[in-house]
Design a protein around this ligand. Structure first.
Ligand SMILES: [Mg+2]
Length: 436
């Protein structure tokens, strides 16, 4: 099967109208995506779909970066790519000229992930399996063949990776059937957006509890008094036995993070997420006596490597399209296993829940073999736009069944929310200034 074309679209949802998604760093995001479709010559019209999550303005920059990769992808056969996936990944991440505008970070790496994930969607559909199952059915050697170990062999070699992947292999069928029955644990971020009123926070906590949620996240970091009041409200509503996470979205300096969290520890946060710059590895290590979680903006496997080396994070929050797609995520899952750090994927946005559930399932079945201290983020926005949205039962992700990566959006949604021509944007007549 040959990839005959790549189409990329700028898809935006005007979520800033309701302040859904608001936090200390992003007060009014429009959840968006640079959305890739790979066309093929398959007689059945098979397509690969992938997206990179963005936050509104700037999506056009990622769209342009994806266009710049077009010639590397179009014309290739799927077989030649997946036959040596490591080399394909490196041909994008280390492209001789494009690398300069990264390397392996920022808009160009977001573009890499949209393309890489679209190839994986196509691959899984061609194999007639959901992505997690495709990965679970691979041998340890095949998984290792997907990963570019450049820059990480000082902490993780291909041989060690095979050892990690072989460790619990004999019992993986048990874990797979357990997931099919019970799903993978999740927590909700939907109640605690920073822009929500106290009353709305309270109502959403009650709704969350009655929907079966037992773990809640609160956005913090703008005003300490507000955080104290809101943390009090959420504890009043959910009690002290349920887990409460806090998320500052990178708003603090290192010393501010330490002093601010001193005031909030009495609310028993399970973790503080993104307390400071995602690049500040030593800063995270300084904050680390408090349980730190980070990763949604950690730009590549090198940053994760250093966070692990310095024991700077208690929870590893991989993102499906901040790293360079499936292949690089696998490298981080294996490093996390080596260092004994639980992986709690970042989700939400648009499509991130659909994406990361596959990694959580694979991690449990084939890598960590443990659910202890592991939980996937869940946010109840925008799932209706996907052909195969996540299925949640009693606050748990049920394993996706449809072939592919669950990321294909409905054609009507793509047309309606394409920026700026889609009906949604025409209709609501919003003033959104695109970067020229
Ligand atoms: Mg977060």
């Amino acid at each position: 099967m040959k990839i005959t074309g790549l189409v990329v679209r700028n898809i935006r949802f005007p979520t800033s109208k309701t302040l859904a998604g608001s936090d200390a760093m992003h007060p009014c995001p429009d959840y968006s995506a640079a959305y890739v479709t790979l066309k093929t010559n398959s007689p059945s019209g098979l397509e690969g779909h992938g997206l990179t999550f963005t936050s509104g303005r700037g999506t056009e920059v990622v769209v342009a970066a994806i266009q710049a990769f077009k010639t590397i992808v179009v014309g290739r056969s799927l077989e030649s790519i997946v036959g040596d996936f490591r080399s394909f990944w490196r041909s994008l991440a280390s492209e001789g000229q494009l690398r300069w505008i990264g390397p392996e970070k920022g808009a160009i790496h977001l573009a890499t992930s949209a393309i890489v994930n679209a190839v994986w969607d196509l691959y899984a559909k061609a194999e007639n399996k959901p992505l997690w199952k495709l990965l679970v059915d691979m041998t340890p050697e095949q998984i290792v063949g997907l990963i570019d170990f450049r820059y990480i062999t000082d902490v993780l070699t291909p041989e060690e990776s095979i050892e990690i992947l072989s460790r619990n292999r004999a019992t993986r069928a048990e874990r797979e059937s357990e997931l099919m029955r019970q799903g993978y644990p999740a927590y909700t971020t939907s109640a605690g957006w920073l822009g929500y009123s106290d009353e709305k926070l309270r109502t959403l906590c009650r709704e969350g509890l009655s929907a079966g949620w037992t773990q809640f996240k609160l956005k913090v970091g703008a005003e300490l008094d507000d955080d104290v009041r809101r943390a009090g409200i959420i504890r009043e509503e959910i009690g002290w036995d349920r887990k409460l996470m806090m998320d500052a979205n990178e708003v603090w300096d290192v010393n501010t993070a330490i002093s601010w969290m001193k005031e909030l520890t009495r609310f028993k946060p399970w973790w503080i997420e993104e307390p400071t710059s995602p690049d500040d590895v030593l800063g995270h290590a300084a904050i680390a006596p408090i349980a730190v979680a980070t990763g949604e903006q950690c730009q590549n496997r090198v940053i994760f490597k250093q966070l692990f080396q310095l024991n700077a994070i208690r929870f590893c929050q991989i993102d499906a399209c901040r790293l360079g797609g499936v292949n690089e995520v696998l490298a981080v899952l294996l490093m996390a296993a080596k260092f004994g750090v639980p992986v709690c994927p970042h989700a939400g946005g648009v499509g991130l829940c659909e994406y990361v559930q596959h990694f959580a399932m694979f991690d449990y079945i084939s890598v960590s073999a443990s659910l202890e201290n592991r939980v996937v983020e869940y946010i109840d926005h925008l799932h209706e736009h996907f052909k195969h949205p996540v299925v949640m039962k009693h606050g748990r992700y049920m394993p996706p069944q449809a072939p592919g990566f669950s990321i294909e959006m409905r054609p009507q949604s793509l047309d309606e929310y394409e920026f700026p021509s889609g009906k949604a944007w025409q209709q609501w007549n919003r003033t959104v200034s695109a970067i020229p």
